[in-house]
Design a protein around this ligand. Structure first.
Ligand SMILES: Nc1nc2c(ncn2[C@@H]2O[C@H](COP(=O)(O)OP(=O)(O)OP(=O)(O)O)[C@@H](O)[C@H]2O)c(=O)[nH]1
Ligand SMILES: [Mg+2]
Length: 201
């Protein structure tokens, strides 16, 4: 979970870096979110959507999309002094599922991005994190023309625990993306602490 630790003598508090996944269905804005919030030039692994891939890629409902992530996105953001997040964006296509176990190793938690026009696209990500006990928040990426859903509607549609945070965001906007990440860190911190207390007591 903690992937970097620096204890320079002059540091007031040791620097903490946490690993976070940004997941969700195809074309929901994962690469956009990582790029919008990252302080370093994000690493992207985009390839053109090819004619050949059309038979296996689910491109329904995703207009004007010409590229897709084929391995991962990577970025970094400082949430506050001494706390930064390493962000790993997952590929959206089913054919890259084999990468998820590697990407999720040691993750504190995940953001599941959702598009209300294709909510079913995030079922696999939700299932994946539920089965592995990785805490996640659902971030509804507000695309123009998409129906606005209340948090309860999203929880019902995805059949999620009432306590799962649902937030609205604009994946293109740095502050909006940062809000989502702060919400996740708070929530995942609470979940991990509760589990720890359960296991000792
Ligand atoms: N209107 C609007 N468009 C967005 C938003 N977020 C992303 N987009 C656009 O949606 C498209 C898909 O974004 P990506 O970031 O590539 O999506 P992705 O989830 O990484 O896609 P895959 O890696 O192929 O699964 C891009 O053309 C973005 O410019 C948003 O909040 N609003
Ligand atoms: Mg992508």
């Amino acid at each position: 979970m903690v992937i970097e630790h620096s204890d320079e003598p002059e540091d007031e508090a040791a620097d903490l870096a946490l690993k976070i996944l940004v997941a969700g269905g195809f074309g929901v804005g994962k690469t956009t979110l990582v790029g919008a919030v990252s302080e370093i030039r994000p690493l992207r692994t985009e390839e053109l959507l090819s004619e050949a891939g059309q038979s296996v890629d689910d491109v329904d409902g995703v207009d004007h999309k010409v590229t897709t992530t084929v391995a991962m996105d990577f970025g970094r953001i400082t949430i506050r002094s001494g706390l930064s997040l390493y962000l790993f964006g997952t590929p959206g296509q089913d054919r890259f599922w084999f990468l998820w176990d590697e990407l999720s190793q040691g993750a504190l938690g995940a953001v599941v991005l959702a598009d209300t026009r294709r909510l079913e696209g995030c079922f696999p990500a939700v299932d994946y994190f539920e089965h592995r006990g990785i805490p996640f928040v659902v971030a509804v990426n507000c695309f123009a023309g998409a129906r606005t859903y209340g948090a309860h509607d999203v929880l019902d549609a995805l059949d999620l625990d009432r306590g799962t945070p649902v937030v609205q965001c604009d994946a293109r906007d740095r502050d909006s993306g940062k809000e989502v990440l702060i919400r996740l860190v708070e929530y995942a911190g609470r979940m991990h602490t509760a589990r720890l207390l359960d296991s000792v007591g």
